[in-house]
Design a protein around this ligand. Sequence first.
Ligand code: NAD
Length: 329
Amino acid sequence: MSLLVLGGAGYIGSHMVDLLVQKNERVVVVDNLSRGHRAAVNENAVFYQGDVRDEEFMNRVFSEEDVEAVFHFCAYIQIPESLKKPNDYFDNNVGGLITLIKVMAKHHTNKLIFSSSAAVYGNPEEVPIKEDSAKNPINPYGLTKLMMEQMMAWNGPAYDINWIAFRYFNVAGAKADGSIGEDHRPESHLIPLVLQAATGERDHVDICGEDYNTPDGTNIRDYVHVVDLVEAHYLGLEYLRNGGKSDAFNLGSKKGYSVKEIVEATREVTGKPIPAVSAPRRGGDPDSLVADSSKVRSVLHWAPQYDDINEIIASAWNWVQKHPEGYKD
Ligand code: NAD
C-alpha cells in the first residue's frame, strides 16, 4: 500500500517524503507546485502534479494508488497574505480538505495526519500552551487551521477516518546533508529571512515590532527542527496503524526565543554581522507562542534530537550555503 503526501514538494512535505523513503515505505506525492519545487521531491516517490481541490483528479490518484494513509501539508501558510486575501485561504485550505474527505471516504482510506498550527490558539491565555488551551485565532490562516481540525473531528466518526492534527510551532532547519531545505518565495519565516541578510541577498533584517508584551519587546517563538517534526509524523502514523484514537498534539520544543535572540544566535552561527532595522508590526502576530509538548512526548514517545537553537540555525545555514539560489525553479 502507499502513503500519500499532499504538498510533498513543499518545505516540510519534502522532508516527510524523504523520511518515508528512508523507512522503505511506498510514497506517492500530490502537489500543484503553486508554492513547492519539483526538485525537492525524492526521486523514489511517485509524483502527481495536480490540485487537491480537483475531485476528479484526486479520485484518479486514489484509484491508481492503493492509499493506506494521507499526510496533509498542502495549504497556504503566510499570515500576512491571509490578512490581505482571506478568501484565498478559505478556498485553498478549507476547500482542499472538503474535497479530500469526500475522496478518502469514497476510497475507504481511514488514516489522516494533518499539519495544523499554533496559530489556532491566537494570543494565548497561558504560556506554555497546552492542547486544551483556548483557541481564538487572530488571523484568517489560523482560523482555517482551526476550521479544518473541527471538520476532521465531525467527519472522522461519520466517515470512519482516524486523524491526528499536529499543531506546529515554528518549523526551521534542514536535512543534515543540506540536500533539501526551506525555499519559500516570498519568505515570511524569521530564520530564513535572517539567513538572507547573512548571505547579502537582503541588506538587513526587519525587526517587526519592538513593543510586544515580552522581556525585550520582540515576539517570542518556539522552534522545532523539521527533521524532528517529520519523525513525529511517522510516530503518528504508527499510532494510527496500532488503532490509536484521533487526537491533536502540540509539536514544539518547550523553549521560546525572541526575534532579537534569533538574530543574535544567527550572527554567532554564521559569523556574519547581519544588520537589523526596527520596522512596524506585521499584523496578526501574537506576543509569545511556546508549546507545552509533554503530550506528544508521552503518548507518541517523541524525543527530538535537536533542542539547541544554534544547531537548528546551523542546518538551515548549511542548506543556504549549498543552495544560494534555492531550488532555482
Ligand atoms: P509550503 O508552502 O512549503 O508547502 C505547501 C505545499 O503544498 C507546496 O508545495 C504547495 O505547492 C502545495 N499546495 C498548496 N496548495 C495546494 C493545493 N491546493 N493542491 C496541491 N498542492 C498544494 O509550506 P510548508 O512550510 O511546508 O508547510 C506545510 C504545512 O505545515 C502547511 O499546512 C502549513 O500550514 C503547516 N505549518 C507550517 C509551519 C512552518 O513553520 N513552516 C508552521 C505551522 C504550520
